[in-house]
Design a protein around this ligand. Sequence first.
Ligand code: CAA
Length: 257
Amino acid sequence: MTHQTILVERHGRVGLITLNRPKALNALNLELMREVTTAARELDRDPDIGALVITGSAKAFAAGADIKEMQPNSYPQVYLDDWFAEWDQLAQVRKPIIAAVAGYALGGGCELAMLCDVLLAADTAKFGQPEIKLGVIPGIGGSQRLTRAIGKAKAMELCLTGRMMGAEEAERAGLVSRIVPADDLLDNALATATIIAGMSAPIAIMAKEAVNRAYETTLAEGVRFERRLFHATFATADQKEGMAAFIDKRDPKFLHN
Ligand code: CAA
């Protein structure tokens, strides 16, 4: 399928989605939103894919929702069309998604990175929620996910001032799992995704579901949820194989289903 705003490639069991609107610093217009969510859902359904990577360019992961597209819209229109709700579909993707972020990840760009499961940052990455400077607030979950990721004080400051934070501050704050040199970002992201895609697919999905549950529920409920899934792992051939391989001192050969 040909895309206008993204590139989709396969690297072994990893699906790579590259945002590709370089002239607009990968601003997220509605077409890009549809193409990313459609491609991600297709890769999610593909049994030959075990993990996804979403990346942008060296200058910008994405500089936010497309301001030129948004500017003329009215309240009834964005409300009736439920603008940006389609991004929620990315949160429904069951396979792990890595965001590989270099350059600007602002507004919707920061929110897109936070919709992913692991956030790898180049040392050039800059994160922020500058919507307030445009007379709006975040609209793809930024006020919620940023607050959960880095705490109220810092999230509040970023949302109220529009200040950007660099990769080191973002890592200290807990938004980013690792910083890598910009030139190595994609290789690192693909290598990490390949490790994940080499695990048992159902077990990786269970691990993602269990970690995400921590955001949605109490500790006691979350621990119960985790334990039920842990018990369920014993119904898979991959649990038998993973443990047998350890005991036999060899690499496991997971079936992925
Ligand atoms: N929407 C549309 N176009 C954008 C854009 C955006 N978010 N960000 C950059 N562009 C365009 C610029 O208009 C420019 O296009 P032209 O060449 O046609 O003028 C091109 O990309 C290059 O941008 P700059 O010339 O501004 O590049 P720079 O290096 O001087 O600055 C920047 C880079 C600091 C990221 C600056 O472009 C910028 O501030 N962008 C806007 C960031 C922003 O406010 N994002 C939040 C958007 S609102 C949002 O995301 C709402 C939400 O939560 C859903």
